[in-house]
Design a protein around this ligand. Structure first.
Ligand SMILES: Cc1ncc(COP(=O)(O)O)c(C=O)c1O
Length: 399
């Protein structure tokens, strides 16, 4: 069997060899704390009543195939949501709904990228964007996010990374794995760079409603009308329904370019007929139900308490430093490998799993330039998280 060469570099550490080892340990009867995925339902987060009620009420209305771009009521609600964030030059026709951001991401990369085309992605990066580029036969270029500057994208590194073949630049804001928000100044510089180099900006904003400390998320597409941008969003995280699969993309920019992309995406979307029709019908109620998400992120909400617990416990461990996150479910600490006599983040993650039965993903799994970070998923309840970080401290002290 000869498989496609495009598969050669496709890999996700989130479900990679260390994760497989965790499953083995579970089979042997060990209880493993799996901090590898941002999957709130696995940690007791319940779906909002607004969504549950709509699913029950509308099940019969969602049995047929529907509009390949997505049901109109849902696209209008999405349009209004993005209007409220300053994306003024979009209509419901510029919106495509899919089975999660993952599917619409696949659609836009398929539309833009062919053999030898390049996509510039952040390092560290959630692996969706590298993998989709490889699957399309394209090449991945990395720009660095600078830990010393709060993990903001490094503009010089973006400049250096642009080649004659670069077609798109991906930003993940708020970011996975660092959990930081990008500043307006940096976003404006990225817009400028895309404008000068005729790049499409793809902005993955799936965590935009999960912002802590009363900070504000800025959608890059709200900063310019003349640059083609694809804004990605969905309900997996803000409404804790990852398994129900509901995401969308929104095209903004100059109408001529928007039309070219709309036509391409209609072709691609029609290959898969439509996305889950029932999940589209929940979108208007879900987006109107901001209280559900606000409850998680308020200063005493579950996500804020869990984040605070993580950093309080990390502060007690010598040899670990971190940039305080203000969004999403993630923190990306740095290990002083030398002090612990460790060779790499991967060695750390493997040993931690074997000794303490805690699964974390090493930073190298996110294409972090240095191999001395790991990602913490801050979804378990506060007390469980405190115990987990204390165990990491014990492990490092006794290594
Ligand atoms: C940055 C980022 N984008 C996209 C996704 C996938 O989202 P969805 O569940 O909508 O496919 C994730 C999931 O963890 C993510 O972290």
């Amino acid at each position: 069997m000869i498989l496609s060469k495009n598969l050669n570099n496709v890999y996700s550490d989130i479900r990679g060899d260390i994760y497989m080892h965790a499953l083995e340990l579970e089979k042997q009867g060990h209880k493993v704390l799996k901090l590898n995925t941002g999957n709130p339902a696995a940690f007791g987060f319940k779906m909002p009543d607004s969504i549950k009620n709509r699913i029950v009420a509308d099940a019969e209305r969602a049995l047929g195939y529907c509009d390949i771009k997505g049901q109109e009521c849902a696209r209008i609600a999405i349009r209004n949501y993005h209007y409220s964030k300053g994306l003024n030059n979009i209509t419901e026709d510029d919106i495509f709904i899919g089975n999660g951001v993952s599917e619409v991401a696949y659609m836009i990369i398929t539309a833009l990228i062919g053999k030898d085309d390049e996509v510039l992605v952040p390092a560290p990066c959630y692996s969706l964007w590298t993998n989709l580029t490889f699957l399309a036969g394209g090449k991945v270029g990395f720009y660095q996010c600078d830990e010393l500057n709060g993990w903001q994208p490094d503009i010089e590194s973006i400049k250096k990374g642009i080649t004659a073949n670069t077609k798109a630049l991906v930003i993940i804001n708020p970011n996975n794995p660092t959990g930081v928000l990008y500043s307006k100044e940096i976003l404006l510089e990225i817009v400028d760079m895309a404008r000068k180099n005729n790049l499409v900006i793809i902005s993955d904003e799936i965590y935009d409603r999960l912002v802590l400390d009363e900070k504000q998320h800025i959608s890059i597409a709200a900063l310019a009308d003349d640059v083609t941008m694809i804004t990605m969003n969905g309900l997996s995280k803000s409404h804790c329904i990852c398994g129900l699969r509901c995401g969308w993309l929104c095209i903004s920019g100059i109408e001529k370019e928007k039309k070219i992309l709309r036509d391409a995406l209609v072709k691609i979307a029609s290959v898969r007929l439509c996305s889950n029709a029932l999940m589209q019908l929940v979108i208007p109620d879900a987006l109107a139900d901001s209280a559900y998400t606000e409850d998680m992120i308020s200063s005493n909400g579950r996500l804020s308490r869990q984040r605070n617990a993580v950093i309080e416990e990390l502060d007690k461990i010598d040899g670990i430093s971190y940039v305080k996150n203000s969004a999403a479910f993630y923190l990306f600490p740095k290990l002083n490998l030398k002090a612990f006599g460790l060779k790499s983040d991967r060695e750390f993650a493997k040993k931690l799993l074997d000794e303490k039965h805690i699964l974390v993903i090493p930073g190298s799994g996110f294409n972090c330039a240095d191999n001395d970070h790991f990602r913490i998923v801050m979804l378990p309840e506060e007390s469980e998280l405190r115990n987990a970080i204390k165990s990491i401290g014990d492990f490092l002290r006794n290594i």
